[in-house]
Ligand binder design. Sequence first.
Ligand code: AMP
Length: 283
Amino acid sequence: MILFKKATDLRKWVDAQSKKGNSIAFVPTMGALHAGHISLIDAASKENQVTISSIFVNPTQFNDLKDFEKYPITIEKDIEMLEAAGCNVLFLPSVKEIYPEGIKPEMQYELGYIETILEGKFRPGHFQGVCMVVHRLLDIVQPDNLYLGQKDYQQCMVISKLVELINQQDTIKVNICPTLREKDGLAMSSRNMRLNEDERKLAAIIYRCLSYIKEHTGKQSVNDIKKQTQSMLEEAGLRVDYVEIAEAKHLSPITTWDEKEKAVALIAAFMNEVRLIDNMLLN
Ligand code: AMP
């Protein structure tokens, strides 16, 4: 695996690969890698000649300074995992390399409705930060295929919208990969490393709640299911940001079931200091 720290060096290398006709896959990450990240590398490597991953803990997408400061960093292990997975390139830039002109705080991306709900509502500015970093990374890497995890459902929608906003929808294909889970159903996440043993066990309630919603889809009122789920989470000791059942394409909330409409359940909740999110398609 080749490691690049400078955008210009990586750009030159990618140019040469593209000239050879090799298709370029890109898997952006914030590191502290787990099997979920590696599943994206696997999907990318199967479908492309060149797989590039990046590790960059992006300061502009953290609305909570403590969350940023405590974000796990395991770079040596990450490099080993990427190498073992057959990743061709790791881009490991500094903050200066990503934001050479400094961090400009003003809102820039017209994301519309998607930015005002769920994660957007509870983490103000988060998706602007995601767009800032992904836009810059896409400019540097210029991939043919971008690989994202369904684990971050709303983020997938935001990044797809970003690709349109920067007029790259005909050159960059967005591929969304399934969520990898632990044996008890907990979605793999870098933030799980911050949970102690008891918290880790209790956190699996999020998956059980999503499964509960799925089992009761169409059988009980949407409102009753949401209330029941909220109680289940609270009884397990979680502090709930939201339990939402939404239409899968645009994420507008659903109030009554409609068999023909694809729906998704989404949960965000704190286990003590650690904020966890997960989702499940319902039909
Ligand atoms: P992160 O390092 O958390 O920014 O995640 C980098 C990429 O990995 C994003 O596209 C995530 O959606 C994806 N990802 C995170 N967790 C999982 C998981 N459990 N299964 C599949 N993909 C994941």
